[in-house]
Design a protein around this ligand. Structure first.
Ligand SMILES: Cc1cc2nc3c(=O)[nH]c(=O)nc-3n(C[C@H](O)[C@H](O)[C@H](O)COP(=O)(O)OP(=O)(O)OC[C@H]3O[C@@H](n4cnc5c(N)ncnc54)[C@H](O)[C@@H]3O)c2cc1C
Length: 387
């Protein structure tokens, strides 16, 4: 198996242990079922429950709220190891931790944190985060879903689309327009619990990859929620959502790293096994150069991601570094998975080998939580601002 040279970021003994523990779990509990879940688009409920018991549904949250009390570096290591075996598990954990739960942690008050974060971080509840709508993806500020104050309640109407964990989440953070005149400063965040009247999940998407994860439409029809389900102050939901994405983009970089590492492992193994012209194909320089580029790009992506995670753990703003990590890791991972298929030749195209699944799964990484084009816009804006 390939390993990044971690010296520059000297992981602690505890971090190495965490990595080993998650790796062993993924090999034991996930690997045997990967293709079954993929073909059937089956959500792995049992594994998600076990991830909760391991603390992986509350990695970055404090112990007093039932979290594991770890940091973003640990979080990256965990998502990378899970995604190395199955990216679907990586995205389920990422949407739950760094989008839903983290928005409540960042935007919510103490009472709201106690009420929801403690249930989410322990794994008792699964979370989802609803920003995207059919008509507003990259232009998230163009949301149409509305929330109108009526006495002691808010009434939500509208649709969200492509929401990870949408069908199964026990609660969802939903972004809705509370004052259209104010643009993005008129968007607020709300927690909507499963079973609330007027709220249901709709179409479950049939996807190219990450098929064991759930991606669903959410429908709000005169959905009435108590006033205390407003997170933070009215009108601050969009600003908080952008802060949430600074962390979320690190998790998508980790998802990309994991899928790409799985692909590099598979390519190294196959290149040594496969013989043509009476030689192992790993003896051909053309194949060696591909492997060399794959390993180098992967380590570069890992270092960028670790830089962003380290900065986040130090409490620094990471808008630029998170976008760089997400952009580079996801694009490098797509190239690595493409070369993995190429190294497998025809066997890369069939489902008896893992290459084709890595190739399908990885594409989401250049799209979710801001496309590559949006990351470039963010990076350019940040560097043009100067220090
Ligand atoms: C599997 C999956 C899981 C997801 N999970 C979630 C989730 O949990 N919660 C959530 O809220 N959303 C989620 N999403 C939505 C995801 O974040 C959006 O799909 C993504 O932000 C892109 O939006 P869009 O699909 O509407 O594409 P569009 O915004 O319509 O983009 C189409 C193309 O135009 C380009 N483009 C758009 N604007 C510009 C511009 N200004 N300059 C240059 N190019 C531009 C884009 O880069 C892209 O290439 C998920 C999506 C998928 C596929």
């Amino acid at each position: 198996m390939s390993e990044p040279t971690t010296h520059a970021y000297a992981l602690t003994e505890e971090q190495e242990d965490l990595r080993r523990e998650v790796r062993a779990f993924a090999q034991r509990e996930i690997l045997p079922n990967v293709m079954k879940w993929d073909e059937a688009s089956e959500f792995p409920h049992d594994v998600v429950k076990k991830l909760g018991e391991m603390g992986l549904l509350g990695v970055i949250f404090p112990p007093e709220l039932n979290g594991a009390g770890l940091g973003y570096v640990d979080y990256v290591l965990a998502i990378e190891e899970l995604s190395r075996v199955d990216g679907s598990i990586g995205i389920i954990v990422a949407a739950h931790n760094s989008l839903c739960t983290n928005h409540i942690m960042l935007g919510g008050n103490d009472e709201q944190r106690k009420r929801w974060v403690s249930k989410l971080a322990s794994g008792e509840w699964l979370g989802a985060w609803g920003l995207t709508e059919p008509g507003s993806g990259s232009d998230a500020g163009g949301a149409r879903t509305t929330a109108v104050k009526r006495g002691d309640t808010w009434v939500i109407n509208g649709n969200k689309t492509f929401i990870t964990n949408g069908t199964y989440a026990d609660c969802t953070v939903v972004l809705a327009v509370t004052d259209r005149e104010k643009g993005t400063k008129g968007i607020s965040a709300f927690v909507v619990e499963k079973g609330t009247k007027g709220f249901r999940s709709g179409k479950k998407e049939n996807k190219l990859g990450l098929r064991a994860s759930d991606t669903s439409e959410l429908i709000f029809e005169d959905c009435e929620i108590p006033a205390e389900n407003l997170l933070g102050k009215e009108g601050e939901g969009f600003i908080d959502a952008m802060r949430v994405l600074d962390g979320g983009r690190i998790s998508i970089a980790a998802l990309a790293l994991g899928i790409a590492r799985g692909a590099l492992d598979a390519a190294l193994k196959y290149a040594k096994e496969r013989k043509q012209f009476n030689k192992s194909i790993s003896e051909f320089q053309a194949i060696q150069f591909k492997l060399a580029d794959m390993a180098t790009e992967l380590d570069a992506a890992w270092l960028l991601t670790m830089r962003a995670a380290n900065m986040k753990d130090a409490g620094l703003k990471t808008t630029l570094e998170s976008s760089m990590a997400k952009l580079y890791s996801s694009e490098a991972a797509c190239r690595i998975c493409d070369e993995c298929v190429q190294i497998h030749g025809g066997y890369g195209f069939i489902k008896d080998y893992p290459a084709e699944k890595f190739y399908r799964d990885v594409k989401l990484c250049t799209i979710g939580e801001g496309t590559s084009e949006i990351q470039r816009i963010v990076i350019a804006r940040e560097i043009l601002k100067g220090k």
